[in-house]
Design a protein around this ligand. Sequence first.
Ligand code: HEC
Ligand code: HEC
Ligand code: HEC
Ligand code: HEC
Ligand code: HEC
Ligand code: HEC
Length: 418
Amino acid sequence: MGVKFGTKTILAFVLAGTIFFGLNAVAHAAVDPEATMEFTAVEGSSGRVQIRWTPVQDATAYYVYKSTDGVNWNITNVGNAQSYQDNSVTDYVNYYYKVQATDYITSIYTPTVPAYPPDTNVHGNYAENTSLCAGCHLTHSASGEKLKVATTIVNLCITCHDGTQSKYNSLTGEVRLSGGIYPAPAGPFGNLKELDYDSAVQVVAGYTYDGSQEPSNLPTSIHNLGEIVATAPGSNTAYVSTMNCTTCHNPHGSTNYRILRDDLFTAGRSTPIIVEAYAVTGATSENINYVKGNVDFCSGCHSDFHQPSGSGGVGADKTQQEGFNLSAASAGKRMHSVDMRLTAYDFNENLRYGVPLTMLSPLPTESWAGTPTVACMTCHYAHGTKEALTPNPVRNGGQSTALKRMDKMKLCRNCHQK
Ligand code: HEC
Ligand code: HEC
Ligand code: HEC
Ligand code: HEC
Ligand code: HEC
Ligand code: HEC
C-alpha cells in the first residue's frame, strides 16, 4: 500500500504546516507512517453504503475516497469520525472505497475495498458483523433437506450464487444489474446442484446436470469441479486435492480481485500471487479492467503455459511461472505467448508477427505496462463458456471448446488479420 499525497492534501499540508510551525516549535505528534488502518465494516443496503474503519493515533482528519472504476477517485467526505454513511449510491453498481488518515504531514491509507449495494459482501470485513459467518457456517449444522444442499463446498457457495442471495448467478453465468440480468464476466458453470463433488464430473455440449436449465444458458465447456488439480493441462504441481470453488477463491476474503487466492501453490514463490482488476458496472453490463497478475493466477495450476514473447517460434524448455519447472509433457512444445504487448512497438516487430494495432472485436486485455497486454482471460473465460464453438483437440486426446471466448479461426483472426 503506497503512501501518496493527493493535490488537496499537499495544499492542506502547506497551510497546516505554516500555521503549526509559525505558532509553536514543539515536536508534532505525528501519524506513524508504518501504522495500519483497516475497514471494520462495509455494509450495503438499498441506496446506502455504511463503512467503518480502525482509529489511527494522532490523525486529525479522515478523507473518504470513492470510485466506480477503481482508477478514478473522488473525495466524498472529510471528517473526524471513524465511519461514513454514503447515501448517494445506486443499487447493483460496484463501488470502491479507501480512507486516508492524515495529520497533514503524514498520511496512511486503508486497502481498497469493494461495496455491493443493496447487498453486503459476506466475504470479509467481519470485525463488527460476525453474524455474516452464519451465512455459511450455520448451513453446515442445519438438518434435513438443506443439509444435503450444503454437504459440499460447491453446494454451499451455490446456496447464494444461484442468484438468490447474491447478484452473481454462477450457474447461468449472469449478474443482476440495475437494468436487468446480464452476462457475468466469468461465464457459467451450468447446473451444479445435487452432485457429489468427490468424483469428477464431465460436461459435454448440450448436457445439463439435472435437466432443469434453460438451453440458452448451457455451457459447452467448464472448469470441471471435482477433477484432481494436478491433472490440469500444462500443470506441474503434485496437488492431488479435487478442485472446488475455494481452490480458486478464499471464502473469508482476500485483497485480490474477486477474492482470488493469493496462496495458490506459492511453495516455490518468494511472493504471493497478487491479482488486480476492477469491475465497472453499468446498467446493462459489468466490464472488467484487468490490471495485473491474472496470468500468474491461471498459471498457478497451468504453469507451463506462462510463456514469454517469441515462444510460438521455439520449443519450450522453461516456464515464466515463479517457483516452477516446465513439466515433461510440455518440453519442446511451441506455445502462444502471454503477458506480451498486444500492439507492436516498432514497425519491424509488427511485420514479424503480422499483429495489427487493433482487434476486429474487443477482447479483454491487461494493462499493467500502460499498454494492453495479452492475458489468459483475453482468450478464455474463468468458469466456463456458453459460446457454441467448434471443439478443439486438447492434450488428453479429447475435444473441447476449452472455455474459449470465440471460435477457432475467428479468435486468431481477431488479432492476426493476414
Ligand atoms: C462465504 C462462506 C463463508 C463465510 C461467510 C465464512 N466462512 Fe468460514 N469457511 C468457509 C468454508 C467454505 C470453509 C472451508 C475451508 C476452505 O475451503 O477454505 C471455512 C472454514 C472455516 C474455518 C476452518 C479453518 C479455515 O480457515 O479453513 C474457520 C475457523 C472458519 N471458517 C470461521 C469463520 C468465521 C469466524 C467466519 C465469520 C467471521 C466465517 N468463517 C465466515 C466458508 C465461509
Ligand atoms: C450467504 C450468501 C453467500 C454465500 C454462501 C457465498 N457468497 Fe459469495 N457473495 C455473496 C454476496 C452477497 C457477494 C457480494 C456481491 C453481491 O452483491 O452479490 C458475494 C461475492 C462473491 C464474489 C465476488 C467478490 C468480489 O469482491 O467481487 C466471489 C468470487 C464469491 N462471492 C465467491 C463465493 C464462493 C467461492 C463461495 C463459497 C465458498 C461463496 N461466494 C459463498 C454471498 C454469498
Ligand atoms: C479455476 C479457478 C476458479 C474456480 C474453480 C472458481 N472460480 Fe469463480 N472466478 C474465478 C476467476 C479468475 C474469476 C474472475 C473472472 C473474470 O473477471 O474474468 C471468478 C469470478 C467469480 C465470481 C464473480 C462473478 C463473475 O461471474 O465474474 C463469482 C461470484 C465466483 N467466481 C464464484 C465462484 C463459485 C461459486 C465457484 C464454484 C462453483 C467458483 N467461482 C469457482 C476463478 C475460479
Ligand atoms: C486451481 C487450479 C486451477 C487454476 C487456478 C486454473 N485452472 Fe484451468 N484447469 C484446472 C484443472 C484441474 C483442469 C482440468 C479439468 C478440466 O478439464 O476442467 C483445467 C482445465 C482448463 C482448461 C481446459 C478445459 C477443457 O475443457 O479442456 C482451460 C481452457 C483452462 N483450464 C483455463 C484456465 C484459465 C484461463 C485459468 C485462469 C482463469 C485457469 N484455467 C486457472 C485447474 C486450474
Ligand atoms: C489478443 C490478440 C491475439 C489473439 C486472439 C491471437 N494472437 Fe497470436 N499473437 C498475438 C501477439 C501480440 C503476438 C506476438 C507475440 C510475441 O511477442 O511473441 C502473437 C504471435 C503469434 C504467433 C507467432 C509466434 C512466434 O513466436 O513466432 C503465432 C503463430 C500466433 N500468434 C498464432 C495464433 C493463433 C493460432 C491464434 C488463435 C488460437 C492466435 N495467435 C490468437 C496476439 C494474438
Ligand atoms: C491467444 C489466445 C489464447 C491465450 C492468450 C491463451 N489461450 Fe489457452 N487456449 C487457446 C486455444 C485456442 C485453445 C484450444 C486448444 C489448442 O488450440 O491448443 C486453448 C487451450 C487451453 C487449455 C486446454 C489445453 C489442452 O490441451 O487440454 C488450457 C488449460 C489453457 N488453454 C489455458 C490457458 C492459460 C492458463 C493461459 C494463460 C497462461 C492461456 N490458456 C492463454 C487460446 C489461448
